[in-house]
Design a protein around this ligand. Structure first.
Ligand SMILES: [Zn+2]
Length: 684
């Protein structure tokens, strides 16, 4: 591992800081924190932390000694100076006299000593930074170091690898106790470069930012060299040739790792998936997997993202998906039983005060194929997958030089259920569609865009399908980094199948489909060319059928129900003159919706339609509005609000109607009218 320190960049950071009154020592602290945070082999997703001891003016103009320490759970790679919370150092150091302190009391004391009372909570490892004397302290959970210390004889391996430059601190749960113990060890041993926190990570320190940072790089390099020198019995992955593809496997895995909501009939707790595969992962999947996966996390704070153990599934043999599905469900059920038992046993040990988290796996290893990270959103799934990859690498390194051994189950429980660790995940408000995957066709258009946005705002992860990929991409980017844009021509069966395969590969499956793509053809029905009518049927009827068929296939593989929503124009029930080529396939699409509701109700799959009219969109352009209102002698405004309520109907109104139908778990075969009131188009 090489130092990424660049004099020119460091100077630029100091110069930039000077413009907003940031002292050079703090500017450099930010700089090296970002260097550490930018390397996933050192730091992942809110793990690791850094600090600086310095002086600053408080709110009363007094010059005080402070600890600037990373706030809890924040990302080191994107750290800003405010992300290093300032706490009065002297009162924090006085706490060392205490034998122990309650977590909540400690947080209260920390908060009472913040220079900015509105600052976020400091890192859960803050006291370690406060008690140690050095100006700059860096702490990471570097993968190579974890391979060295997650061993029965980790202390000896560290002595060999680091030649006594780091003192060895036995395992204690992160927090106050560990901070005291580490400081005690430091005072006895007086190591020059830093500390090893057994089964947890590494600390380096220095008088300046560069020294602390480059010691970290040097020590991690020593760990890497040690592993390279002592590496034995590498397992080479054999390639399987008879595997089902990820697109077919993922919905089964996702279904197995879902849970019926006991409180609401028809509701499920679902997770979103992120797939990873590479030679290291594939080799690890061939090793003594039962023992390794039972071994636990490579560093304690991973447990909140991945739980303690992955779910292990056999290889999905081609043509035998039913066998794979059966073993997946059995294995997932056993995982849940084991997790529940783990919770009950350890909760009893700590006095029954904890509330059980959901027992679903967060990492799934599929032999021969790769691994899945699982989360309540795509973003959480990506984090779980990143940590799972680091776990694989850490364990593989440990096994290459000895035998992987983590902390005990009780110690993992104490971390998983430590309120300060859970706080890192944030007290996020639970959204109604969290964990659900939604595909919208015609997502580049007005109604499609509004619908994708509305479902994303309700917590769903969304795939935006459109015949125009650049329109879909632009809309997806506006929604967020995890929204998936896809090219999809619903008049082409292969294009629809390919798009739904990609959705299954990327998210793990699909729960709700808004089949919205459509276009209008006109002509007096007795005179219209057959070819025009067929074209309209291809898009406005068969398009819906292809999309629904592809979605239902995935929904059945998941086995957790689903929801098909169709955009059926007002034309489906109230034909307009010379609009037959558009209205007739829409009427057929309405019948299609009812048929899906009928045929798949027993599988928990609902089908509903929205019957919208006169929306500004690609089907009703500005020019058309001007033309039609003029022809009727109306102002544009009166034309657009020419309905019983006298209100213009917008794409957002249609989106909200789809959302409502998706959330109404007891509603199927429904048609919702969104037209401001049109008695001739009223359903009944
Ligand atoms: Zn740590």
């Amino acid at each position: 591992m090489k130092s990424r320190w660049v004099d020119r960049d460091a100077e630029a950071m100091v110069a930039l800081g000077a413009k907003s009154g940031i002292a050079p020592d703090l500017a450099l602290r930010v700089y090296t924190t970002r260097l550490l945070g930018g390397d996933p082999k050192l730091v992942l997703h809110g793990g690791g932390n850094t600090s600086l001891k310095t002086r600053m003016g408080d709110r009363f103009g007094q010059d005080v000694e402070v600890l600037r320490v990373k706030s809890s759970g924040s990302d080191m790679a994107a750290l800003e100076p405010e992300g290093l919370v300032a706490v009065r150092l002297s009162p924090m150091r006085q706490l060392r006299a205490l034998d122990d302190i309650d977590d909540e009391e400690l947080v209260r004391i920390e908060r009472a000593n913040l220079i900015d009372p509105a600052a976020p909570n400091p890192s859960v490892e803050m006291m370690l930074h406060a008690f140690l004397p050095q100006k700059y302290i860096d702490h990471t959970h570097a993968t190579a170091v974890l391979s060295l210390i997650d061993q029965p004889d980790g202390e000896k391996k560290c002595a060999d690898a680091f030649g006594g430059r780091l003192a060895f601190v036995p395992y204690l749960m992160p927090g106050f106790g560990l901070a005291k113990k580490a400081t005690e060890v430091f005072e006895q041993v007086k190591p020059a470069d830093g500390l090893i926190l057994s089964k947890h990570g590494i600390v380096t320190f220095g008088d300046n930012a560069r020294e602390a940072y480059e010691r970290m790089i040097e020590m991690v390099t020593l760990a890497e060299d040690f592993i390279a020198r002592n590496h034995r019995n590498a397992i080479v992955a054999t390639l399987w040739h008879d595997l089902e593809p990820v697109a077919a496997v993922a919905p089964i895995v996702r279904g197995a790792c879902s849970q019926k909501d006991e409180k609401t009939d028809g509701a499920w707790r679902r997770l979103v998936l992120e797939f990873r595969s590479n030679p290291t992962v594939l080799s690890a999947l061939q090793a003594d997997l039962a023992r390794l996966s039972d071994g636990g996390v490579v560093t304690p704070d991973h447990t909140i993202r991945t739980k303690n153990w992955p779910l292990v599934l056999p290889h999905p043999e081609a043509g035998k998906l039913d066998v794979f599905a059966r073993s997946s469900h059995e294995a997932a059920d056993a995982f849940i039983v084991r997790y529940r038992d783990y919770f009950v046993r350890h909760n009893a040990r700590v006095g029954g005060v904890k509330h059980e988290l959901d027992p679903l796996p967060r990492v799934v290893l599929v032999q021969g194929l790769g691994l899945f990270g699982l989360g309540r959103s795509k973003q959480d799934a990506v984090i779980a997958a990143d940590i799972a990859e680091a776990w694989v690498e850490g364990v593989a390194g440990a096994e290459a030089i000895g035998r992987f051994e983590s902390i005990s189950e009780a110690e993992m429980f104490d971390c998983e259920y430590w309120p300060l660790e859970q706080a890192k995940l944030g007290a996020r408000k639970q959204l109604p569609l969290e964990g659900q995957i939604v595909a919208v066709t015609g997502a580049g258009g007005a109604i499609g865009t509004a619908t994708a946005r509305a479902f994303a705002a309700a917590g769903a992860d969304v795939a935006l399908l459109d015949v125009n990929l650049s329109a879909a991409t632009e809309r997806a980017n506006a929604i967020g980094a995890t929204a998936l844009p896809l090219a999809c021509d619903v008049t082409d069966a292969a294009s629809v199948a390919a798009a739904f395969d990609k959705i299954a590969e990327y998210f793990g499956g699909v729960d709700i489909v808004v089949s919205n793509a459509g276009a209008a053809w006109q002509g007096r029905i007795g005179e219209v060319a057959e070819d025009v009518l067929r074209k309209s049927f291809e898009l406005n009827f068969y398009g819906h059928q292809r999309v629904a068929q592809a979605a239902v296939k995935i929904m059945l593989a998941q086995g957790t129900g689903g929801c098909l929503l169709f955009n059926v124009s007002k034309q489906a029930v109230n034909p307009g003159p010379n609009f037959g080529p558009y209205g007739i396939p829409k009427a057929a699409a309405l019948a299609l919706m009812r048929q899906y509701a009928l045929d798949y109700g027993s599988d928990g799959i609902r089908a509903n339609a929205v019957n919208a009219d006169r929306i500004r969109s690609g089907l009703l352009t500005k020019e058309m509005i001007a033309q039609r209102s003029k022809a009727r002698g109306l102002s544009e405004k009166d034309y657009m609000s020419g309905n019983l309520l006298g209100r213009e109907v917008t794409a957002e109104d249609v989106a909200q109607a789809f959302l409502h139908q998706a959330l109404a778990l007891k509603t199927t075969a429904d048609v919702t009218t969104v037209d401001g009131g049109n008695i001739a188009a009223a359903m009944r």
